[in-house]
Design a protein around this ligand. Structure first.
Ligand code: ACO
Length: 403
C-alpha cells in the first residue's frame, strides 16, 4: 500500500510502534535546560534571559559561556575564557594546505564542514566524549578555530592570501581582519561593523532543537566526538530551508530586482505555489508570530546601512515584500512572518561579505549552541543512541529467482 492509504492507528497497533511524526512536528527528542522558545508569543530566552536583554549588551563569548556553562561568567571568568580562545586560534600549517586541494569555486559551507572534520585528525587521542578535559579543550579549540577556518574559506574563494590571526584583537575584530585584511597592509577595524556582527552572532547562538542542533545531538549520541558532530551540524545548516535561507533570501531579492517584475506579482507567484517559488526568509516551524530575532535584525539593518553609508535597494525591496506579505490573507492564515534570515543578508552584504559566506556566518553564530547541546547530551544520564523507528511500507517477503 502507498503511504496515503495506511491506517496508522491499525499499523501502530499491529507493529507496536508508538507513532509516526513526519518532521518531528509533535515529538520531543530530549529534555533541555538551555533555550526556551514560545512560538505563539514570539519569545526566545537563553538560560532564562530574554534575547532582547542580551542582544547589544553582551558579547558573543559571554553568551557562549552562558549557553555552555549555564550562568553568565564573572568578569574574571570571561577574561580567562577570552584569553584561552585567543591562544588557540592558530591552525596547523598542514591543515592550511588542505584548502589548496579544493577548487576556489567550492561553496564555503562545504569547505567549513570538511575542514572541521579534518581538524579532528590533529587531535586523535584527545577527543573522548567522556573525558571532561578533552571536551573542555575541544570546546575552546573549536570556538577559536572555526572563525579562522571560515575566513580562510572566504579568502580561498576570492583568491587572496590567508592572514595569521591577530591575537591582540577580540573575537569579532580578529574575524573581520582575517576576512577583510590584506597581507602587509594595515587593517582598521570599523566599530560599526564589529558591533553589528557581534549582535548578529549573539542572535544566532542557540535555537533549541532545530535541524542542525538535532543533527549534532544525533551524531553525538553515537559517541562521535565534537568535531564530527559539529561537522555534520554544519552540513544540516547549509540547506535552504534552514541556515541556507539567508543566502537564498538575497538571491531571491536579486532575482526580483533583475526580473523587473513587481513585488506584488512575485507574492502572487508564491501564493500560487509555482514550482521553486517560495518567500525565503518567511515562515518557521516554531514561531507563529514575529520571530523576535527578526525584529532585532530588522531594526539593526536600517541603522547599520545608514552608519556604514551604504544604500541598498534590496533593503527597500525586502521591506516592501514584508509589508505586502503581512497584509495578505495567505500569509496571515498560515501565520507566516519574517524569520531571522530575512534581513541578515542585507547587513552581511553591506559589510562586504559575499552571499555565499552568509550561512558560514550563521554557523559561527550557532557554534556555542551546538557545543552546549552536545555537552548537555553527554552529561544526561538518560541519553541513549538516537534511533528513530519507521513504519515499513514495502513489499512483503518474496522469493529471489534467478533470471
Ligand atoms: N513561502 C510560502 N509559503 C510558505 C512558506 C514560505 N516561506 N513557508 C511555509 N509556507 C506555507 C506552506 O506551503 C504550507 O502551506 P499549505 O498549508 O497550503 O500547504 C504552510 O505554509 C505550512 O508550511 P510548512 O512547510 O508545512 O511548515 P514547516 O513548519 O514544515 O516549515 C519552514 C517551516 C521550512 C521554515 C518553511 O516556512 C519554509 O520553507 N520557509 C522558507 C525557508 C526559510 O526561510 N527557512 C529558514 C527557517 S529559520 C532558520 O532555519 C534559521
Amino acid at each position: 500500500a502507498g503511504n496515503d492509504s495506511i491506517d496508522l492507528s491499525t499499523l501502530t497497533k499491529q507493529t507496536g510502534y508508538t507513532g509516526l511524526d513526519y518532521g518531528f512536528v509533535n515529538t520531543a527528542s530530549t529534555k533541555s535546560a538551555i533555550t526556551f522558545i514560545d512560538g505563539d508569543q514570539g519569545i526566545l530566552r537563553y538560560r532564562g534571559y530574554p534575547i532582547e536583554q542580551l542582544a547589544g549588551k553582551t558579547s558573543y563569548l559571554e553568551v557562549a559561556w552562558l549557553l555552555i556553562y549555564g550562568e553568565l561568567p564573572s568578569a574574571g571568568e570571561l577574561a580567562e575564557f577570552d584569553e584561552k580562545i585567543r591562544r588557540h586560534t592558530l591552525l596547523h600549517e598542514d591543515l592550511k594546505r588542505f584548502f589548496s586541494a579544493l577548487p576556489h569555486t567550492a561553496h564555503p559551507m562545504s569547505v567549513l564542514s570538511s575542514a572541521v572534520a579534518a581538524l579532528s585528525t590533529y587531535y586523535e587521542g584527545e577527543t573522548d566524549p567522556h573525558n571532561p578535559e578533552h571536551v573542555e579543550l575541544n570546546t575552546i579549540r573549536m570556538l577559536a578555530k572555526l572563525p579562522v577556518i571560515a575566513a580562510y574559506a572566504h579568502k580561498k574563494s576570492v583568491g587572496q592570501a590567508f592572514l595569521y590571526p591577530d591575537n591582540s584583537l577580540g573575537f569579532v575584530e580578529n574575524f573581520l581582519k582575517l576576512n577583510f585584511g590584506v597581507l602587509s597592509e594595515p587593517y582598521e577595524i570599523n566599530p560599526v561593523m564589529s558591533k553589528a556582527l557581534e549582535l548578529l552572532l549573539i542572535l544566532h547562538e542557540d535555537h533549541e532543537q532545530n535541524a542542525s542542533t538535532s543533527t549534532v545531538r544525533l551524531v553525538g549520541s553515537t559517541g562521535a566526538n565534537q568535531f564530527a558532530s559539529v561537522s555534520a551540524g554544519i552540513q544540516a545548516l547549509s540547506g535552504p530551508l534552514h541556515g541556507g535561507a539567508n543566502e537564498a533570501v538575497l538571491t531571491m531579492l536579486g532575482q526580483i530586482r533583475d526580473s523587473g517584475q513587481s513585488v506584488s506579482r512575485f507574492v502572487e507567484r508564491v501564493k500560487n505555489k509555482e514550482e521553486g517559488v517560495k518567500l525565503m526568509g518567511f515562515g518557521h516551524r516554531v514561531y507563529k508570530n514575529y520571530d523576535p530575532r527578526a525584529k532585532l535584525v530588522k531594526e539593526a539593518a536600517g541603522e547599520v546601512l545608514a552608519e556604514l553609508g551604504v544604500t541598498d535597494p534590496l533593503l527597500d525591496l525586502a521591506q516592501e515584500l514584508e509589508e505586502i506579505a503581512l497584509a495578505d490573507d495567505y500569509f496571515k492564515e498560515r501565520r507566516l512572518y519574517p524569520n531571522v534570515d530575512f534581513y541578515t543578508g542585507v547587513i552581511y552584504k553591506a559589510m562586504g561579505f559575499p552571499t555565499r559566506m552568509f550561512t558560514v556566518l550563521f554557523a559561527i553564530g550557532r557554534l556555542p549552541g551546538w557545543l552546549a547541546q552536545w555537552r548537555e547530551l553527554q552529561l544526561d544520564p538518560q541519553t541513549k543512541i538516537g534511533r528513530p523507528q519507521q513504519l515499513y511500507t514495502g513489499s512483503p517477503e518474496r522469493t529471489f529467482q534467478t533470471l
